[in-house]
Design a protein around this ligand. Structure first.
Ligand SMILES: Nc1ncnc2c1ncn2[C@@H]1O[C@H](COP(=O)(O)OP(=O)(O)OP(=O)(O)O)[C@@H](O)[C@H]1O
Length: 309
């Protein structure tokens, strides 16, 4: 469990994290999202004692990180996958970290297996690909069998098999009752992995809700139908706040009515529907809508629309 109260970080006059309160609960994957510069890394660094809050507090499993006597057994962290010594083998790297917490070689071998590193465990970390480095970072995070796991961009550089492996692993960690805080800019991945989301922008919390609620709150869903009688349908469904659009491919999109209301109206008029579906917005749509006013770095030009003559 991670609990933040009025957590604040200032760098000079810059307020990177602005008095935020949140709780990351066990048994769930909590996604941590926000535009570049929103304050995610700063928040995660404060959670694991790498930065001191300017005000407020943050606790992991009931205490500030620095007050834990064996922090690796409490919190597993992947913040920078390139943090390993390049001249050491993956096995030696893990063994050295394990030794600081009296964790035995058998657990080191276990996490090597868990991370799919068996074939490269004896190789120098300096020669690792980005994906192998990520796997080693994840193995390191799990070394102490911690109740809380914090992963910053864990799928960065992984191939599709690796991405799926991380997703399954993360879901498994939550299913075992652990607290998982996951940061990623990949919205489709986040939508498949997280149960809950904390979205921040310019150091403030923009949303802290289950994924479905974040999506439903920031996007409009619509009903899509297909029928041979596209001509009759719009007039039939007309009403205040109802918008009916007939698309060029023949699909009719209706906003302002539920699928049930559309089906009932069609049925009452004897219109046969060949398709009836509720189309919800994506997490990417919701995220972009939520953070639109809080993006610190934005291109002022779009690529490809300029005159290059
Ligand atoms: N050491 C520092 N000194 C001064 N300003 C800093 C420092 N670290 C971070 N900042 C500023 O604090 C704000 C939050 O930065 P942070 O790295 O936490 O954002 P982030 O959400 O992790 O972004 P990204 O997605 O790019 O990693 C930014 O405006 C950043 O420039």
């Amino acid at each position: 469990m991670i609990t933040a109260e009025a957590l604040t970080k200032r760098y000079g006059t810059k307020v990177a994290v602005d008095a935020i309160d949140f709780t990351v609960r066990p048994g769930q994957v909590t996604g941590f999202l926000g535009p570049n510069g929103a304050g995610k890394s700063t928040t995660m660094r404060m959670i694991v004692g790498l930065d001191r809050p300017s005000a407020g507090r943050v606790e992991v499993n009931g205490r500030p990180y620095r007050e834990h006597r064996a922090p690796l057994r409490e919190v597993g962290v992947l913040l920078d996958a390139r943090a390993a010594h390049p001249g050491r083998s993956a096995y030696k790297h893990l063994l050295a970290i394990a030794a600081t917490h009296r964790i035995g070689a058998s657990r080191v071998r276990e996490v090597i297996g868990l991370a799919g590193l068996d074939l490269v465990a004896g190789k120098r970390v300096g020669g690792f690909s980005l994906g192998m480095g990520q796997r080693l970072g994840i193995a390191t995070a799990l070394l102490g069998d911690p109740a809380t796991v914090i992963l910053d961009e864990p799928v960065n550089g992984l191939d599709p098999e690796g991405v799926r492996w991380v997703r399954t692993l993360i879901r498994g960690l939550a299913a075992e009752g652990r607290t998982v805080l996951l940061s990623s800019h990949l919205m489709s991945e986040m939508a498949q992995t997280a149960d809950r989301l904390i979205v921040i922008g310019r150091g403030r919390i923009l949303a802290d809700d289950p994924v479905e609620d974040v999506v439903a709150g920031a996007t409009r869903s619509l009903v899509r139908v297909r029928t041979r009688e596209t001509g009759r349908l719009p007039a039939l469904l007309a009403g205040p706040d109802v918008v009916v659009t007939v698309r060029s491919d023949g699909a009719v999109e209706v906003s302002g009515l539920t699928a049930e209301q559309v089906a009932d109206a069609a049925s009452a008029a004897g219109i046969v529907l060949h398709e009836l579906a509720t189309v919800t917005g994506s997490l990417e749509d919701a995220y972009l809508a939520l953070t639109a006013g809080d993006v610190e770095y934005r291109s002022s030009q779009s690529v490809g629309t300029g005159d290059h003559r």
